[in-house]
Design a protein around this ligand. Sequence first.
Ligand SMILES: [Mg+2]
Length: 260
Amino acid sequence: MIEALLFDLDDTLYLESDFVASGYRAVARFIGARRGMGHEEILYTMMRTFTAHGRRAVLPRVIDRYLDASVTVADLVEIYRNHGPRIRLLPGYGPLLRRLGRRHRLGILTDGLPEVQERKVTALGLGKIVDDVVYTWKQGPERQKPDPAGFLALLERFGTDPARALYVGDNPDKDCAGAHRAGMKFVQVAGRQVRPGPTREGGAAEFVIENLHQLPGVLALLEGAAGERTRAARRSGPRRTRDAATQRTSAERRLMEAVV
Ligand SMILES: [Mg+2]
């Protein structure tokens, strides 16, 4: 029985690109107000610069083009980080999480500046849906994933054994490796941008799904396998346990083939 479902935040429950666009819109509005012009052209410049030259080029570029030296990159970074983000959970994830929350404890484990991540959690309405959130950087950036400390802290708050929990995320080297270090199985959400693959440590996700709507299938399979194992143990006593474990493994493999 899986008691707890723990989730990564960025690019697992919502698209981080939406947060970036939301932050750039806040910066563009600030510059527009200062210059007495609409923010759309400024935002367009920012998004084009982002696409062509990457994140680091964006703020220096708009300062160069629209502002004077009285405004620094640090000033704009402050506006970006402190803005109230306009972001949404991916389609259908709110009702899905509420349904999952009837049978499981739900938690979020996320890296990044805690005050920024807290604003995202609030904007997404997750405070009312999940039971608890761990912000790894509150214990210092060195405690970020794949350090197991945050995973274990969340499990301890829930009183859940790692074997009775799943971690769901997108990043193999942070999410998968961290879950495994904490003794949990990992479900990778691998969409268009993220492909499934081994971690640098050589581990791999136990399950790969395209989106969260496939998670109930993973849970049904794990619970079905656990039921099979119990029935097999009852039928034949403890010596059959190994057979049941083999059945579970092959059932898990079938699911992976079905959803990858
Ligand atoms: Mg992520």
